[in-house]
Design a protein around this ligand. Structure first.
Ligand SMILES: NC(=O)c1ccc[n+]([C@@H]2O[C@H](COP(=O)([O-])OP(=O)(O)OC[C@H]3O[C@@H](n4cnc5c(N)ncnc54)[C@H](O)[C@@H]3O)[C@@H](O)[C@H]2O)c1
Ligand SMILES: N[C@H](CO)Cc1c[nH]c[nH+]1
Ligand SMILES: [Zn+2]
Length: 442
């Protein structure tokens, strides 16, 4: 008999309520301590350390000379992956591309701020970005699509995927298929903390990048934290998490089915069902054993750990308003609104990285092929970050242009403020000294 964690929200103390908001990743100090030497080894030894950690940590048959995936390996991958999986990858890439092309900002906008004075923004691609594709407790062609497509749409000229090698020294074949179909040709066989260090510092084989994006295990999260002064580490995407919000218009068994989606990623996942309907809560708990009967042993193990532990379970609230409040306080990575009138709830939810509406939009569809990005902020970072997007692959420069007729008014105001702040060169540059130069050509 599996005891799923069950909470009656209104009966919890303030401390118990805040404990529900915790993720397994909240304390990664243990990982930080252990990744320090890995990062230092990669910095000082380069490829030698990358190959050694591949052998030690991934148990991979990896030599320094085989860190970079070859053309022949790409070609072989297309033969290994079944046609219907390749079709599904193409379907996903097509939708993800449509979504991200829509999202791409205009290359430049300019507004006439005052007559004769213009200002705006220009967006240009980041020159090099590394895409982390996990491979520990699963392989992730979907993460390859979700990171590669927006990067290609943004026009990043130097893209490279880093992903852990399998014991036979290969990269997951579907990941290679997805990479090539999305338009990324460089893949390095390196994962975990050593991957973050390799792209931050560069090695003999691996080119350094300005930024790394993509989700990963706490080893990856810890390395990103330590190297955030060396490389831009993008949005914080750690162990997967989801919240299923259900009102009283759906069957609890459906809620349980979807609760298991993200709970099966690993023992460090987080997954809650929140509902004000006791019927839904009870149906969900009762349905879990049948759903577990259709899952692999490994995934049953992971999801049981999550749903019987401190980062998952069923939360019964005393009202729908209390459910909204819990969702917003939790700020989940993925949120499903299970209701026959899902749009009615949407306005009440402000803190969630991805909001999927109605019984036909399970997290699985969002994860693989709907179009929006499934690389999302975890650990309550949805309160300040959004999903990975095209804008993560570009940087913004502001543009300004003041014409001669508009200049005097701006100069007068700028000079006053410069003098007030005590900056004499700032003030001189908008004084009669400039006027004199402007009147002469040399
Ligand atoms: N937020 C998102 O968008 C999103 C998407 C997909 C997956 N995820 C999450 O990403 C994570 C992927 O984790 P994973 O483990 O499957 O793959 P991973 O590639 O992130 O981690 C595996 C790597 O960790 C390193 N490692 C493992 N044990 C180690 C040890 N003892 N010492 C040092 N390094 C060690 C190894 O180098 C290994 O290659 C999961 O938590 C999953 O939930 C998140
Ligand atoms: N749920 C993950 C993001 O948290 C994405 C994913 C890919 N494959 C399966 N799931
Ligand atoms: Zn998932």
């Amino acid at each position: 008999m599996t005891e799923v964690s069950f909470y009656e929200y209104s009966k919890l103390s303030a401390d118990e309520k805040s404990a529900l908001l915790r993720r397994s990743e909240t304390d990664i100090s243990g990982f930080i301590e252990k990744v320090g030497p890995i990062l230092e080894a990669v910095r000082t030894e380069g490829d030698r350390a990358v190959a050694r950690f591949g052998r030690e940590l991934d148990k991979a048959d990896l030599a320094e000379s085989s860190i970079k995936v070859t053309e022949a390996e790409f070609d072989a991958a297309f033969k290994l992956v079944e046609d219907d999986v390749i079709e599904a990858i193409k379907f996903g890439i097509s939708n993800i591309r449509t979504f991200h092309e829509e999202q791409k900002p205009e290359a430049m906008w300019l507004k006439e701020i005052r007559p004769g004075a213009f200002a705006g923004d220009r967006f240009t691609p980041i020159q090099s970005v590394a895409l982390y594709v996990p491979r520990g407790k699963g392989s992730f062609p979907s993460v390859t699509m979700m990171t590669s497509v927006p990067a290609v749409v943004a026009g990043v000229p130097n893209l490279a995927i880093v992903t852990p090698p399998a014991p036979d020294g290969t990269v997951d074949a579907a990941t290679l298929v997805a990479a090539r179909l999305a338009g990324v040709d460089t893949v390095y066989k390196v994962g975990g903390a050593q991957a973050v260090a390799a792209v931050a510092y560069g090695t003999e084989t691996i080119k350094p990048a300005l930024k790394i994006v993509g989700p990963g295990s706490p080893w990856v999260v810890a390395a990103k934290r330590l190297l955030s002064g060396v490389i831009d580490t993008g949005l914080p995407a750690g162990p997967s998490e989801a919240m299923i919000f259900a009102d009283d218009t759906v069957h609890g068994g459906l809620a349980a089915l979807d609760l298991l989606i993200e709970a099966e990623h690993g023992p460090d996942s987080s997954a809650y069902l929140v509902t004000h309907s006791r019927r839904v809560a009870e149906q969900a708990i009762a349905a879990l054993p049948e759903h577990w009967g259709r899952m692999t042993e490994q995934r049953v193990g992971f999801s049981k750990t999550v749903l019987t532990g401190k980062c998952g379970g069923v939360v019964l609230t005393s009202s729908i308003e209390e459910s909204y409040a819990f969702v917003n306080a939790y700020a989940p990575e993925h949120l499903e609104i299970l209701s026959t009138d899902a749009f009615a709830h949407l306005g009440h939810i402000t803190e969630a990285a991805e909001i999927l509406l109605g019984p036909h939009t399970p997290v699985s569809i969002g994860n693989f092929c709907l179009g929006p990005n499934a690389v999302l902020p975890t650990s309550r970072w949805a309160r300040t970050y959004g999903p990975l997007s095209v804008t993560d692959f570009v940087k913004r420069s502001s543009i300004g242009y003041v014409t001669a007729p508009a200049y005097p008014e701006f100069a007068a105001h700028a000079r006053k403020l410069a003098l007030y702040e005590g900056f004499s060169s700032h003030a001189n540059a908008v004084s009669d000294v400039r006027d004199a130069y402007l009147k002469t050509k040399g």
